[in-house]
Design a protein around this ligand. Structure first.
Ligand code: WTA
Length: 655
């Protein structure tokens, strides 16, 4: 609660400077209001006009929004286009030699790719995919490190109408397996290894382990990019080198023209159950959302050098690395490694070296860089910066102020962007030349997006009251369905009591100016270092261990990571009396979770009890566990607990 309260007390307001406002794509509150009003007056017409102006269509659409089968909304459905054409071919006539990607490797080596080169590489790789029989609608898993090749792979899929599903390189064989099977993927694109922080981490061998688990018969090709040059096992029947597939191909590949509703990608994300959801996005509506927010929220200018630090394994790396910046024709920086290598000045040095104008990162990165060297930005020339952004979790006002003063030198507006894997692009964020910002608030919805804070019946709560955040009208970039599970999609995001609103899963409140303050998830989803993880997934992983009978996982506020994972575990045998033995079991369970899901899901702490606190109906009392994990006084009613002594057990940390 203390975090929420400090945010509630925040009263500082930062208006954009007149110089920023003057040059902004949306200038002043009048500009913002004009767009907002246009959306209010003719909602489908507003989006149709933008879709016509912003995207290149092979065949124009005649209908904007189709809500006949709500909540399975369709946008611009009878129109045909190709996303890769919109990101690449479009620029060939106007700016072929402009640098599209400045790639900096872990070791500092820089390579630059122009739009012409990128177009050629994407076309070659698209032809390579076709030569393996991959066609429109086929699912392709991309399990690659941050690299130009990852963007090429995503764009190449889009070019031929194949549906990509990028799996973050920090996920384990088990997680990869689950996603390959759910998507029934025909190919996996991977690398021999990834380089991060000077360390080599294998990827191909994880793919080998995944396929050896069985059930992946749908996969007929494993395409391997040679990044590290390390030894890999080779299976001639499946494996092919990326460069072999690529080099022999022509640099022309006619794009596959698809309906605006054709799925562009599936991205798996955590929800309230043990099984990740395959969030399915469209082609037209999704691209429109990423392009408009590049213009509106990032105030994109052709002279910008844009840098979004997100990995392509997450939605931020899809919308603001692989698609949005290319679609608007930006020069962007891409970085292979971690923010703290070789030291915590790496980001600042890269901003200086590449003259970055627009920098977009996560609060967790900001907090760790404050901790490791709050004075380091001062050692670099950051005068190129003109706009800063954050995403992924609420930013605490102190970190916001540091970012504003020390990185932005009190010159650059900060866009705190609230959105989700499911929304495809920013939903609530300041337009930087218009909306004054308040540290810790994502401010107001972007034009065309209507949000509300409601109670459990869908009724709007008053200002300054907490409630559930909903989006009240369909919008082009939204999730279309959960891959293979339309029922779960409807129940999860459009539950009956919510009156047809999209339920975000976050709690929030509005202040007296109508500004939105996100208070965190109100389902069982955690944000650990910006990574979205489901408590149920971690619990399922724990109970899959032969030592474990039962497990409950909760989040605990963490100074740098935002949240950390605490697991309460009931072992099959007795609780270990010997502390050394207990520590050994804790370590083995942490490693186990790391293998089951990935190192990102490792619990920070594990505690043992003879039982877990449950309600009479058998539901685990998570709120109580959160209180215990935080070391706070228990104020909840515990009279219904069968065995109150277990609370004492669970309070005991294993040191
Ligand atoms: C949280 C990331 C506060 C929120 C793009 C949301 C935020 C979840 C913000 C989605 C923000 C994202 N302020 N909270 N600016 N941005 N969140 O799917 O809880 O990885 O529901 O998408 O992150 O996480 P996801």
């Amino acid at each position: 609660m203390s975090n929420i309260e400090s945010v509630l007390n925040e009263i500082r307001v930062f208006s954009p400077s007149p110089e920023f406002t003057r040059q902004a794509n949306v200038s002043g509150m009048a500009g913002y209001e004009a767009l907002r009003k246009a959306a209010e007056q003719d909602y489908p017409g507003f989006w149709a006009k933008l879709a016509r102006e912003t995207l290149l269509w092979k065949k124009p659409f005649t209908r904007s929004l189709d809500q006949s089968n709500a909540p399975f909304f369709k946008w611009f459905e009878d129109g045909e286009l190709n996303v890769s054409y919109n990101c690449l071919d479009k620029h060939l006539a106007t700016q072929p030699e402009k640098i599209a990607i400045i790639f900096e490797a872990d070791d500092g080596k820089v390579s630059k790719v122009s739009y012409r080169e990128l177009h050629g590489r994407v076309s070659q790789f698209a032809n390579g995919l076709k030569s393996r029989g991959i066609r429109k609608g086929d699912r392709v898993i991309i399990y690659l490190p941050m690299s130009v090749e990852a963007v090429v792979a995503m764009q190449a899929c889009a070019r031929i109408g194949a549906i990509h599903s990028v799996v973050f390189g920090g996920f384990s064989a088990k997680s990869l397996h689950e996603r390959i099977i759910d998507a029934q993927a025909c190919a996996v694109i991977t690398a021999d290894a990834q380089m991060r922080g000077g360390k080599l981490m294998p990827l191909k061998s994880i793919v080998d382990d995944t396929l050896a688990m069985g059930g992946c018969e749908s996969v007929h090709s494993v395409i391997v990019y040679r990044r590290a040059g390390c030894d890999v096992n080779w299976n001639d029947a499946l494996d092919i080198w990326y460069h072999d597939l690529f080099n022999s191909q022509p640099t022309h590949c006619e794009p596959e023209w698809v309906s605006a509703e054709h799925p562009l990608f599936i991205l798996y994300t955590s929800g309230s159950t043990g099984k990740p959801k395959g969030v399915q996005h469209s082609s037209g509506g999704y691209l429109l959302g990423t392009m408009l927010t590049m213009q509106w929220v990032f105030d994109y200018k052709p002279s910008d050098v844009f840098w979004c630090t997100a990995d392509v394994g997450w939605v931020t790396g899809h919308s603001y690395v692989a698609y949005g910046p290319l679609a608007v024709g930006a020069t962007q920086v891409m970085y292979e490694g971690i923010p703290t290598y070789p030291d915590a000045g790496r980001f600042w040095k890269m901003i200086q070296d590449h003259k970055v104008t627009t920098f977009y990162t996560a609060p967790t990165a900001i907090r760790s860089l404050i901790k490791l060297g709050s004075d380091l930005p001062g050692q670099y020339d950051l005068s190129s910066l003109r706009l800063l952004g954050t995403v992924g979790e609420p930013i605490n006002p102190e970190a916001w102020m540091w970012y504003y003063n020390t990185v932005g030198q009190a010159r650059c507006p900060i866009v705190d962007t609230w959105w989700q894997t499911e929304t495809g692009c920013h939903m609530i964020a300041p337009l930087p030349g218009a909306v004054p910002t308040k540290p810790g608030s994502c401010t107001l919805p972007i034009p065309g997006i209507q949000v509300a804070v409601v109670d459990e019946t869908g009724e709007e709560v008053g200002k300054k009251h907490g409630g559930s955040l909903v989006i009240t009208k369909p919008f082009p970039s939204q999730i279309r369905t959960i891959w293979g599970d339309p029922d779960r999609f409807r129940k999860n995001y459009f539950p009956e009591e919510m009156r047809g609103y999209y339920l975000a899963g976050d709690s929030a409140h509005r202040d007296e100016d109508g500004y939105i303050w996100i208070m965190g998830r109100n389902d069982d989803v955690l944000k650990v270092s910006g990574h979205r993880l489901g408590t149920m997934e971690i619990e399922s992983a724990l109970v899959a261990n032969p030592l474990v009978a039962e497990a409950a996982v909760v989040g605990r506020p963490h100074e740098i990571k935002g949240e950390s994972i605490v697991a309460f575990v009931v072992l099959r045998g007795a609780r270990p009396a010997d502390p050394a033995k207990a520590r050994q079991i804790v370590e083995s369970l942490r490693d186990w979770v790391s293998k089951e899901i990935g190192p990102i899901a490792k619990p920070e702490e594990i505690r043992f009890g003879d039982n877990l606190p449950k309600t009479r109906s058998g539901k685990i009392m998570r709120r109580l566990l959160r209180t215990i994990a935080n070391g706070e006084e228990i104020t909840q009613d515990v009279s219904t607990l069968e065995n109150p002594t277990i609370l004492e057990q669970l309070k005991e940390a294993i040191l």
